[in-house]
Design a protein around this ligand. Sequence first.
Ligand code: NAP
Length: 307
Amino acid sequence: MSEEICDVIVIGGGGSGLTAALYTSRANLKTFLFEKLIAGGQIAVTNEVENYPGFPELITGPEIAMRMEEQAKKYGTQIVYDEVKSLKKDGAIFEVASSSKVYKSKAIILACGASFRMLGVPREKELTGRGVSYCATCDGAFFKGKELIVIGGGDSALQEGIFLTRFATKVTVIHRRDKLRASPILQDRARQNPKIVFVWDTVVEKVIGEKKVEGVSLKNLKTNQTSDFKTDGVFIFVGHDPNSKFLNGFVELDEHGYVKTSEFLTTSVPGVFAAGEIRAGAVKQLVAACGEGCEAALAAQYYLENA
Ligand code: NAP
């Protein structure tokens, strides 16, 4: 499609992007969706989703992702499994450069989400995949009968920590404060789980191990005392960073790198919209991401009809 200009390019195939593409495709707008890995975004690596309305019996993240992808494709979305490297506007037309070629469109929906944040401590990088993990759904089963630590005090740390107790004999949650950020329902569940133990006011200073994880060095922030802690695996859930580096000044971002939008999900560039976790102020829940995907699609449709 070197010279073909499509109506909408959606960047990102998580809940917000897939919903946006479903809406624009169903509105008969020629839609391309770019996804660099697998469709689904963060839900593709979430084991069970309990708070997406309509599935009281529980549904897994990968299953929702697969169904959303199928639904968008059913109405004509063309999914391009490639990474977007940069964006440019030439008159009223956007040029989206991927690793392999340049695609053109009349409107853009940024739905590129956020990626897990690394701790940034020594040996973390080298031991990733050798006991350090950011995905319980992907790696939990490798730790049957082992003792694990989880770092973080938010919803991800507790939800994934609880999931890990299916395999591990013990899960120690290490949190830098003495108060959890996670929602009360997950806090209650974690506290009632006999395999979960909490270590408060403590940070990991380095991961220990040559070929695989053998432990971590800890520091208590209240007493400044340091100690080594033996463990077979380190699961890190300390939040996310926006996937906005490729935008490189193309649209206005906030001080944390999230895309600034109006209440109609327009950005600083006419014809560019943003939805889901990439957006400053997003609530970071699947149902909200999908809602924003819908809103951004309707705003793009309005823009194209009135351009
Ligand atoms: P989060 O809410 O930002 O929590 C990150 C946690 O990591 C916090 O407890 C934070 O400590 C800690 N942390 C951050 N940097 C750290 C560092 N350098 N060293 C040690 N600890 C560090 O991230 P999240 O848990 O991934 O959740 C992200 C969003 O997704 C949230 O809005 C959450 O509600 C949502 N989510 C929802 C569900 C669900 O509804 N079931 C599941 C997963 C995620 P402090 O508390 O001290 O800041």
